[in-house]
Design a protein around this ligand. Structure first.
Ligand code: BEZ
Length: 234
């Protein structure tokens, strides 16, 4: 039916499948990347300043994301020629924030029809009818959506936070813990009471000696930065 409003994907849903042309050839998302983490992100338009600063930042961190077994996939509702010309301009001309000659090696989806943007709820008419907002979907190796972020057109994202979220999700999965506010590797983690925090594992008998409990419902334990880092990307 025309004008039917599609439900936006939510945390816990399987990432909707699509085929698209990109700057790196055709892709099937997420199935081409099953077994890897994926970050699917949208930006409003090529040849705009905030987006340029974001792409340069993401390109500068691509090796970090690869080490975390994570594939980056960008999208805007522009065409292939525009994408290629913009990425070439970034490489050839833009010297910003200590970054220059930045090569964007991850795929940038062509979505002139807005099909993918609509499928993922990236067109938010209160902000813009004609551009995608700045969305970030974290999709796990089994293709399930684990975190979603939305930013408006005028505010560039914090890429350090994007990396922290990816590391946090991998830590949750590998250690069966939850993570407190502002957690970073090496800080204490939360061992949730049974059936809370969406974590499969909960406190085990015999584990008490390693726990620090602020109250019965708030117990933590230490996992070293080295232990966390040894598991990342797995
Ligand atoms: C930007 O990326 O600079 C931008 C894009 C769309 C609207 C406003 C800013």
């Amino acid at each position: 039916m025309e004008n039917q409003v599609k439900a936006m994907p939510r945390i816990g849903d399987l990432a909707p499948e699509f085929k698209a042309v990109t700057t790196q050839g055709e892709i099937n998302f997420p199935s081409d990347y099953t077994g890897k983490w994926k970050i699917l992100f949208s930006h409003p338009a090529d040849f705009t300043p905030v987006c340029t600063s974001e792409f340069m930042t993401f390109a500068s961190m691509q090796a970090d994301f690869e080490k975390l077994n994570c594939q980056l996939v960008g999208l805007s509702v522009d065409g292939l020629h525009s994408h290629i010309a913009w990425l070439r301009t970034i490489h050839d001309k833009i010297d910003w924030n200590g970054l220059k000659n930045m090569e964007v090696k991850f795929p940038l989806i062509v979505d002139i029809t807005m099909e993918v943007a609509n499928l993922y709820g990236m067109i938010q008419p209160g902000e813009s009818n004609t551009s995608a907002v700045r969305a970030v979907f974290f999709v796990d190796p089994s293709n399930r959506i684990r975190t979603i972020m939305y930013y408006p057109l005028s505010l560039g994202r914090n890429f350090d936070e994007i990396k922290r979220v990816l590391i946090g999700l991998q830590t949750v999965d590998n250690f069966g813990v939850a993570l407190p506010a502002d957690w970073r590797p090496g800080k204490e983690v939360i061992v949730p009471p049974a059936g809370s925090c969406g974590v499969a594992k909960s406190r085990m008998e015999g584990e008490e000696k390693d726990l620090h409990c602020y109250d019965w419902f708030f117990c933590t334990k230490q996992i070293s930065k080295e232990e966390v880092e040894a598991k990342l990307g797995k």
